[in-house]
Design a protein around this ligand. Structure first.
Ligand SMILES: [Zn+2]
Length: 826
């Protein structure tokens, strides 16, 4: 028995992983899956050959049911399976373990995920083993440093294609309508990157430099995949050439297939030979450059992982920066240097920098290197802005300091020493030392092994720039960066060397931006003179990186209650920030609408001012340009004019250059839903008219966003699991649930959230457990009582660790919003 708040599965502890690795060597996995049977389950027959030094250990297995477990031919009692673990007594020597089990397909983006495309009713499957989901596909010793080669055999419906980590072929048909697929044996793989992509996918094949390339997506996305295939293949070729040039080690995993799969949680997963991507990255409506830059950088990021992560894998999750920080840095760098997306660093500044800086200011911050992850489930929460954005920024600095020759000589030594094995950060530091990097301990201690970001501000009266380390994470971090000083409309660049707490800086009464070009890693905040100056200066700033730096400065100041939201709105009205062209989470317009506007002195009027600014901008941009589309999206999202929104929804009165597609129709419908100017019937009709997967998610969000009690009940039933929906719909329901201006309606759910959250471990696990805790957090309940209630739950020691981590972050966000309110709106 387990308590109602305990997860049904035990999470692997670091100490357990160390002990098991010392006891066992895994020689091979042979896995037979039958996907041709029921829609809800599949059979999984696994033979594991391993060598033991003798002693007790355990197997990881998360089945629906177990038919048999045999060790060296002897039947063991399946009833001994408890919380996903099966105990094993081993003697010294070689063993063969056979597990015959039935597994359940999942709909949360992990394990073997199965979904139905609403466009045509076709079924699709993909495997996501990441972190701790492999045992829900096959029996295994699930930890990154027990690598072994895999051989897969798959039965699948005859109209399906099956793709795995190694090349495979359809070898024949079985009686009863199934086809048999046999796969070559893989290189040694960690359990977490074993995958399988199966279904009536549309597949395209090419070749580059001896590497067979593939792309796939759902059949209903075939025309959209075809449309972008040349760009995707070109990016892949360019990145392979550059990575081969930089690493001098060829891609070692055979084929390189990129599968765009439904309802995928992350951006992508780097499975060797078969990378999986979220399929909204196959564009079904018109998109802007922002999302295309993101997609290109994601492609490059996953390719860099083939070396950083797949060829050499961190021994444990506390070193996940060896995966993510490197993939992020190399992905950005390669994208900038050899693809058409040379502006990726600017996009990165808009999209990723605040993600990292905010994470680094949370109570949950951790060092880039050595995050101290005690178990696999909790470690998932360190796939955050620190491991990606901060890690990439610090590696960029380290590369600048060492130079390419030494930087890559160390990296190549690291790959050579640990090829197809595992390593730690100490191994990498040793490789750099061997490559002639000298003593790196000061740099690594300050930037990689100490958490937190210094705050740097201009003290105009004292004529200095001042650095303040976070008191909880003191370190003596030197900074060198450029500052931009305004001389009327011209900006003078000055270099600041801050190797002590203060450096002389005389700016008179001119506006000053510190580090607007992302040279260092710190929280930079403009003073009031600068903020006031930006209201007239920003419209004329043409340098894209300087513009991004200005918005980052303003966002850091807002985050620390150091700028009045009314002032931010003045700047935004003067120069509405549509230049990063996307308004998804983490982007500038999203932040303005979701965080700044509600804390201005008159939110309704602030929205109207942004709306008029967006209208002017829509009219000013070239018809058909991406900037015009971005401005128009801002116009829709800020509209209070039901007549105009309804006309746009019906493809009437659209500005020249804007044509209605599914994305824009649902943007209009979402806005109408928030305003209470549509109905569930109308939303159902719109979905039925064009029932794609994208429309399905928009529909859920719009349904949850309406200002009615029924809408909030609809969302809540998804949170509690009373209505079981796939991961994307769960997210959409959470995003729609809490809307500014609907506080009276959502008030009863504040207390219910804190009461019912701990019990959600019974209805979901892994990635979505923590995500749902965040999506459904009562973010619009800006009160001291809600903050206190959140803190009380954080203090409850029985709460799941990944859930607690999200609570800590959301409570910090709420507290910061309250600080802004107290400081400027009291
Ligand atoms: Zn990654």
């Amino acid at each position: 028995m387990t308590s109602p708040q305990a997860s049904p599965f035990a999470s692997l502890q670091h100490s357990e992983a160390v002990a098991r690795e010392q006891l066992l060597t895994v020689d091979s996995y042979d896995v037979s899956l039958d996907l041709a049977g029921a829609d809800s389950t599949f059979t999984s027959l696994t033979t594991i050959r391993f060598t033991s030094r003798g002693g007790p250990t355990f197997l990881d297995l998360k089945p629906e049911s177990v038919a048999a477990i045999r060790l060296d031919g002897r039947a063991l009692d399946p009833e001994l399976l408890e919380r996903g673990r099966f105990p094993l007594e081993t003697t010294e020597g070689s063993h063969e373990l056979v597990v015959d089990a039935t597994m359940r397909y999942r709909n949360d983006g992990e394990g073997l995920h199965r979904s139905v495309d609403p466009a045509d009713g076709q079924h699709y499957v993909y495997g996501m083993s990441f972190m701790d989901a492999a045992p829900s596909i096959f029996a295994c010793f699930d930890q990154p440093d027990l690598k072994a080669p895999y051989t897969f055999h798959v039965l699948a419906p005859r109209d399906w294609t099956v793709i795995g980590n190694a090349p495979g072929n359809r070898v024949g048909d079985e009686p009863g309508g199934a086809a048999r697929w046999e796969f070559e044996t893989t290189q040694p793989l960690s359990t977490y990157f074993v995958t399988l992509v199966a279904g009536p996918y549309h597949v395209l094949r090419e070749e580059h430099d001896g590497i067979p390339l593939g792309l796939s997506a759902r059949a209903s996305l075939a025309p959209d995949l075809e449309k972008d295939a040349e760009e995707l293949f070109t990016l892949t070729r360019q990145c392979f050439d550059e990575l081969h040039r930089l690493f001098g080690i060829r891609y070692p995993f055979g084929d390189y297939h990129q599968a765009f799969v439904p309802e995928f949680n992350a951006g992508a997963m780097e499975n060797p030979g078969c990378v999986t991507f979220r399929d909204p990255l196959i564009f079904t409506s018109r998109v802007t450059r922002g999302i295309r830059v993101t997609r290109a950088a994601t492609i490059a990021h996953e390719m860099a992982h083939q070396w950083f992560g797949n060829l050499v894998t961190p021994r444990w999750w506390d070193d996940l920066w060896l995966n993510e920080s490197f993939a992020e840095y190399m992905g950005n760098r390669v994208t900038a240097d050899v693809t058409e997306y040379a502006d990726v660093w600017t996009d990165n500044s808009y999209l990723r920098r605040q993600w990292g800086l905010v994470a680094d200011q949370r109570p949950s911050t951790h060092p880039v290197a050595g995050n101290g992850a005690v178990d696999a489930s909790a470690a998932l929460q360190d796939f955050d802005g620190i491991s990606y954005a901060k890690g990439s920024a610090i590696l960029k600095q380290l590369n600048a300091r060492l130079g390419d020759d030494v930087f890559f000589a160390g990296v190549i030594d690291h790959f050579d020493q640990h090829r197809f094995g595992n390593a730690t950060m100490h191994d990498l530091f040793q490789s750099w030392e061997r490559a002639g990097a000298g003593d790196l301990s000061e740099f690594t201690d300050s930037w990689l092994r100490t958490a937190g970001a210094d705050t740097i501000v201009l003290d105009r009266a004292a004529g200095v720039v001042r650095r303040t380390p976070p008191p909880e994470h003191p370190a003596d971090r030197p900074h060198t960066f450029r500052a931009a000083v305004a001389h009327d409309a011209a900006w003078e660049e000055r270099t600041v060397l801050l190797d002590s707490p203060e450096a002389t800086f005389d700016a008179g009464d001119r506006p000053v931006l510190l580090d607007p070009f992302d040279d260092t890693w710190a929280v930079l905040m403009p003073d009031q003179v600068t903020v006031d100056g930006l209201k007239t200066l920003l419209p004329d700033v043409a340098d894209p990186l300087l513009r991004a730096g200005i918005w980052n400065n303003l966002r850091s100041a807002f985050h620390n209650a150091a700028v009045d939201p009314d002032d931010v709105l003045d700047v935004a009205e003067a120069s509405i920030p549509i230049e990063d062209t996307e308004d998804t989470l983490l982007r500038t317009m999203w932040w303005l609408r979701g965080s700044v506007v509600p804390l201005t002195s008159d939110p309704v009027r602030s929205t109207a001012r942004l709306h008029e600014a967006a209208r002017r901008r829509t009219a000013a941009e070239r018809p058909g340009s991406e900037e015009q589309l971005a401005a128009f999206r801002a116009l829709v999202a800020t509209s209070a004019d039901v007549g105009e929104l309804t006309a746009w929804r019906d493809d009437e009165d659209l500005p020249e250059g804007i044509s209605l597609d599914l994305d824009l129709r649902w943007r209009a419908l979402l806005r109408l839903a928030i305003l209470g100017a549509t109905s569930p019937d109308e939303l159902d009709r719109q979905l039925a008219a064009d029932p794609t997967a994208v429309a399905q998610v928009h529909h859920t969000c719009a349904m949850a966003s309406m200002p009615t009690a029924a809408a909030k009940e609809y969302a809540w039933a998804r949170f509690t699991g009373e209505v079981d929906v796939p991961n994307y719909d769960l997210e959409a329901a959470g995003r729609g649930m809490w809307r500014w201006g609907q506080e009276e309606l959502t008030e009863p759910y504040v207390e219910r959230y804190f009461d019912e959250l701990p019990g959600t471990v019974q209805v979901r696990a892994g990635w979505m457990l923590a995500e749902a805790a965040e999506f459904f957090f009562p973010s619009t309940s800006l009160t001291e009582e809600t903050l206190a209630r959140a803190q009380a739950l954080i203090a409850d020691g029985s709460v799941d660790l990944s859930m607690r981590r999200r609570l800590v972050d959301e409570a910090d966000q709420l507290e910061r919003m309250l600080n802004v309110k107290r400081t400027f709106r009291a």
